[in-house]
Design a protein around this ligand. Sequence first.
Ligand SMILES: Cc1cc2nc3c(=O)[nH]c(=O)nc-3n(C[C@H](O)[C@H](O)[C@H](O)COP(=O)(O)O)c2cc1C
Length: 210
Amino acid sequence: MIDKKEILDSYHFRHACKVFDANKTITDEDFNFLLEVARLSPTSFGMQGVKLYVITDAKTKQNLKPLCWNQNQIDSCSHLVVFTTKTKDLKPNSEWVKDRFAERGLNDAMQKAYLNRYESFHNEGEFTKDIYQWGSRQAYIIMANMLSVAATIGIDSCPIEGFEKSNVEKYLDIDTTKEQVSVITAFGYRVNPQSIKNRLPQDAIVEFIR
Ligand SMILES: Cc1cc2nc3c(=O)[nH]c(=O)nc-3n(C[C@H](O)[C@H](O)[C@H](O)COP(=O)(O)O)c2cc1C
């Protein structure tokens, strides 16, 4: 087991880094480790209907910067990740969804039961009807795991919602009938010390129902 203090130390180390050292690059080994964390992250129904566009090219980062509120993280980071969620393929009864269930080695009756549950979950679910919103929530889970684990190996990061979605999609030539951008994250190494952590006390966000 990993020491609890070490884990919490890494949560204190992680902060929304505003500017990275543009001369420091994350090694392939470290970044592949973070990509493996992404791959192993949980998603609803285990669908993994996401894609991570990993951008290391300086020109591409510079071109994206004005589409991301001119934030300095965009072109100073080592690796910029644009998370998209599938839209078309995640719809109930798509061939892609059928393949995902078929891969599990379930018998025909079980596969059918899963497909029916998936269909009613999306067609009748109170908070799951919008495939883009649902898929994006899965992308955020993956992103959150990557941010936390990055901190455990001394890699800084910044989650980014400050961007113009349709312009980023246009620039990256994303076919929005099939996938759409959910969130962006920058990874690299800080240049400035982090600011003081500002958090509500636990009892402001937690209520036990016993
Ligand atoms: C989904 C999400 C989107 C965010 N978008 C931005 C952003 O566009 N630019 C930025 O500087 N910080 C962004 N942040 C960082 C938050 O402002 C920051 O996490 C929060 O203030 C807490 O500070 P800390 O992460 O440094 O502890 C975002 C955070 C999250 C979780």
